[in-house]
Design a protein around this ligand. Structure first.
Ligand SMILES: *[C@@H]1O[C@H](CO)[C@@H](O)[C@H](O)[C@H]1NC(C)=O
Ligand SMILES: *[C@@H]1O[C@H](CO)[C@@H](O)[C@H](O)[C@H]1NC(C)=O
Ligand SMILES: *[C@@H]1O[C@H](CO)[C@@H](O)[C@H](O)[C@H]1NC(C)=O
Length: 265
């Protein structure tokens, strides 16, 4: 008992004593920019950011004695004099997806797993109705709910057990169809769109464990068009016509006045 217990305790103690390093998961839209944290303090540091999944490549290297190397779109954006070696990726490419590691003098300080998402863009005029598309296989028994999230916050929760849609907004403009759910159509219907509805929407299945397709929809809401700046051909023709009619009327009345003046004399 004693001989079996000690190694187990030793392993446990070892596991507990392993240096705590941040492991972060980030989901980023393609072409957005993102920053991953890394702090490295010390007299003279060598900091290296690498991507180790799906294949190994060094994306940024920084040496205190001079010499910096960055791959295209990658840079160290933190204040290095304060030990902040945060990595910035400018305009994320689809192939930037993977796991990143920051090492400080050879020791891993932080790891980030980045998932690159592709968004479907939906454009709508203010006050119109709009449908944000999303599909997922709802035949699986474990698919019990669907969530639509806007900019990270919950917008709509559909619970299949009681076939009810829960929303944050009173008198809701956000709707999902129970019938469509059974067909795997999880689209979100928004009526009378507000300018503030614009944003990034995500569709998640089964307690957020699974993405719908497409996983991300960006809603762009356009305000009413202002006719001051745009003038169609018809409007121009009408204006010219109206202008001519007014001038003709003016001339006729002038002639009339001068005629009546002459006849009075
Ligand atoms: C940093 O290290 C160098 C040599 O390794 C040493 O000469 C210098 O005094 C150190 N500076 C500080 C602030 O510890
Ligand atoms: C349906 O079930 C969900 C989850 O259990 C709950 O949050 C929601 O309030 C329920 N809705 C109704 C109308 O009972
Ligand atoms: C928008 O949706 C609402 C609610 O579903 C409906 O009453 C209205 O007729 C729709 N408007 C248009 C222009 O389709």
């Amino acid at each position: 008992m004693q001989s079996l217990g000690s190694p187990a305790i030793a392993v446990l103690v070892y596991l507990l004593m392993l240096p705590c390093q941040a492991f972060i998961i980030r989901e980023v839209l393609v072409k957005d920019s993102v920053t991953f944290p890394c702090s490295c303090t010390g007299n003279c540091s060598v900091v290296q950011w690498s991507r180790f999944i799906p294949s190994y490549t060094i994306v940024a290297k920084w040496k205190c004695l001079g010499g910096q190397n960055f791959q295209k779109r990658f840079e160290i954006s933190g204040d290095t004099s304060r030990g902040d070696f945060s990595l910035m990726i400018i305009s994320v490419a689809y192939n930037d997806g993977g796991s990143y590691r920051c090492s400080c003098n050879g020791e891993t300080v932080s790891e980030v797993k980045m998932k690159v998402l592709v968004a479907t863009v939906v454009k709508v005029q203010k006050k119109q109705n709009v449908t944000l598309p999303c599909y997922g296989d709802t035949r699986r028994q474990d698919v019990k709910d669907v969530q639509w999230k806007k900019d990270g916050g919950k917008v709509v929760l559909y619970t299949h057990a009681n076939r009810s849609v829960t929303t944050d907004e009173a008198g809701s403009r956000f709707m999902m169809s129970v019938e469509d759910f059974l067909d795997g159509d999880l689209s979100l219907h928004i009526s009378s769109v507000h300018l503030s509805d614009a944003g990034e929407y995500r569709c998640l299945l089964h307690d957020e464990s699974q993405d719908g397709e497409p996983s991300t929809v960006v809603l762009e809401v356009e305000g009413p068009q202002r006719p001051i700046f745009t003038c169609s051909h018809e409007v121009i023709v009408l204006r010219v016509l109206l202008g001519s009619i007014i001038s003709v009327c003016f001339i006729i009345s002038l002639v009339f006045i001068s005629n009546s003046y002459r006849s009075q004399r």
